[in-house]
Design a protein around this ligand. Structure first.
Ligand SMILES: NC(=O)c1ccc[n+]([C@@H]2O[C@H](COP(=O)([O-])OP(=O)(O)OC[C@H]3O[C@@H](n4cnc5c(N)ncnc54)[C@H](OP(=O)(O)O)[C@@H]3O)[C@@H](O)[C@H]2O)c1
Length: 280
């Protein structure tokens, strides 16, 4: 199978290109494959004739999206619409990566795929707008929502924690009142590979590791696994105000994987253990 990646130089794209040895991977990124150039991107798809496009390109700097709103819409919404139109025109299946940020994050249970969106950030609203353009313009699509991602080389929360734990700080304050599903890019790569082998599947799928944690619990487990001696102190979101408010509840229920009869992804502790042995 020939798979073309957008945003191939990003954290997820690099992992997909490195780990998909079963596929012929064409990894594209700026400047040669700019998703905001509709005609240019259409020509790229026409040139390579892939079986599927896996669309990872995005503006992912959540706080920057608050101030550079139009650029965020340009990349995450307009750009995704261009990818969708090119895929439809060339009869190529589209797998697009989205995020838990499409939800308000205030529900008292994990969000499933049929829950209503309600993003509280520009990033989340632009990603939702991108999802809607994909649904409208490319019927043969699968939207894969991921969250709390870390992968080889970073940047990610996991990498930031390891950098901060350099012995110079007596304690690290880490937010304990936000919960989510820490997810490794390798685990996403394996689940996407499975979905690519199922061309009959369409719609929106949540693809995060099993189990849940707070950032505080994730940091504790990371330091335990790496044998890092660092005191970690729980703190509240209010102690770390950010331009884009972080969702309190980022937990995603994988209802669609169950409905499709597909296996769940590994538990986050297992995926993290596998990652740290390779990364640190
Ligand atoms: N990281 C997370 O925690 C997380 C969580 C949930 C969902 N996601 C989603 O997962 C996907 C992959 O995320 P990631 O962490 O791998 O992101 P990333 O590291 O920021 O990678 C995105 C890539 O897209 C490229 N790009 C930017 N504008 C482009 C354009 N106009 N045309 C083509 N490529 C362009 C970027 O290039 P430059 O670096 O040069 O701008 C970068 O290489 C995104 O859709 C993101 O929304 C990520």
């Amino acid at each position: 199978m020939k798979v073309l990646l957008t945003g191939g130089n990003g954290m997820l794209g690099r992992t997909l290109a490195a780990e998909w040895s079963d596929f012929t991977v064409i990894s594209t990124d700026l400047p040669e494959a700019d998703i905001t150039d509709a005609a240019g991107f259409d020509a790229v798809v026409g040139e390579y004739c892939p079986d599927a496009v896996v669309h990872c390109a995005a503006m992912t700097a959540v706080d920057k999206c608050e101030t550079e709103r139009e650029l965020a819409y340009k990349l995450n919404a307009f750009g995704s619409g261009n990818v969708a139109a090119a895929c439809r025109r060339h009869h190529v299946r589209l797998i697009a990566i989205s995020t838990d940020y499409v939800f308000a994050g205030d529900l008292d249970r994990p969000y499933h795929e049929f829950d209503a969106p309600g993003a509280g950030t520009v990033y989340g609203r632009t990603k939702w707008a991108g999802e809607e353009l994909i649904r409208r313009h490319c019927p043969n699509h699968l939207i894969a929502r991921i969250s709390w991602l870390y992968g080889a080389g970073g940047p990610s929360f996991v990498h930031t924690m390891m950098q901060l734990a350099d012995g110079s700080r007596p304690e690290l304050k880490v937010v304990a009142d936000q919960r989510g599903n820490p997810t490794s890019a390798s685990a996403v790569a394996r689940q996407l590979q499975l979905l690519l082998w199922h061309p009959e599947l369409v719609g929106t799928f949540h693809l995060t590791c099993e189990g849940e944690a707070s950032w505080y619990e994730l940091a504790q487990e990371l330091f335990r696994l790496t044998g890092t001696v660092q005191r970690v102190v729980p703190c509240t979101t209010a102690e770390f105000p950010r331009p884009a408010p972080r969702p309190v509840n980022s937990r995603l229920d994988k209802m669609m994987l169950r409905l499709a009869g597909l296996p769940p992804m590994p538990h986050w502790r297992e995926a993290l253990a596998e990652f740290v042995t390779r990364e640190f």
